[in-house]
Design a protein around this ligand. Sequence first.
Ligand code: ATP
Ligand code: MG
Length: 345
Amino acid sequence: MAAKKTTSAKKPTDILYIGIDLGTSRSAVASSSGKRKWVQSYVGWPKDFIARKLLKQDVLFGEDAISNRLSVDLVRPLEFGVIRDGTHRDEEAVRELIHHLIELVQPAAGQKIYAAVGVPAEALKVNKLAIREAVREYADTLMVVSEPFAVAYSLGALNNALIIDIGAGTVDFCVMHGTMPGEEDQRSLRTAGDYVDRQLYDLLTEKYPQARFSETLVREFKEEYGFVGKTNGRVKVSVPVGGKFTQHDITNEVKQACESMVPAIAETVIDLVARYEPDFQERVRKNIYLAGGGSQTKGMAEALAGALSEYGTFKIVPVDDPLYAGAEGALALAQDMPEEYWEDM
Ligand SMILES: Nc1ncnc2c1ncn2[C@@H]1O[C@H](COP(=O)(O)OP(=O)(O)OP(=O)(O)O)[C@@H](O)[C@H]1O
Ligand SMILES: [Mg+2]
């Protein structure tokens, strides 16, 4: 990370700072021009000449790629926060996705691009080189940071704090103690949103073998009705059975699937925090933030505090803007970071 950039002093408008949150399910971008956008992390290439003629594009992204999935080769290049198996196709998809995200904030012609990319903690270890390659053509300098650190930066939670980023592929943890976090301050679990979706799918197909569920459908149910802890009314959804839409009560299954994340997260909090001195532990316990899409699960903060109660009182707060907290934090880092943290492309 310590390569010097060679750029001499330029007027600020000559540089566009960009913060990117590269996620397993969703990726977001924020820029110093004030623009911000997000896209589902899907890339699709038209399957053949007919598909290309029909779609009038060489590559499609997000919703666009998903809704045309019959005519494109659809790739979700990240799995468990890292580029899947590192196959050429997945790396190519990441490259296209990053290019697309940069295009979405519309850099002006001739503007230099300083990009900070937040990735799940695992990807920082495994994929740094691949991400560097993916950005090479589009940015002048690059910084790759861990996602929960970017979130911490966006919150100004730089000391005595713990960030828990509940994403689709991974739950990422980062303890902030007033310096740049190191590897030992971070953890990553795979029991995240995609895991909950699989649990829910299995529970529902077992309970209602006649009904037709899909992974996408159960994810929608989870995002709309997901909760942990106290039941607040029944969750009833309409699902086709033999072609006819029929009401199904999915309350217990939704609760069970969402709660399947709680024990491992609580255990990791204890394990991670216990490594520090007692007075620091005490302060961190009162300063825990939940980020990522999974932080929107109703009752999650309370359930975690409950699961941790035998170890003391914990104050856990969901962040206000889970969709953009990572990208905004990466942008703020890009704007503040001294030269030695940048890599010249
Ligand atoms: N309202 C909601 N309630 C519960 N879960 C939700 C809600 N909204 C989104 N999610 C879940 O959050 C996850 C996506 O969160 P996020 O965008 O932070 O992940 P990501 O950054 O793509 O993944 P990762 O950080 O693991 O690479 C998905 O599993 C999604 O289903
Ligand atoms: Mg994420």
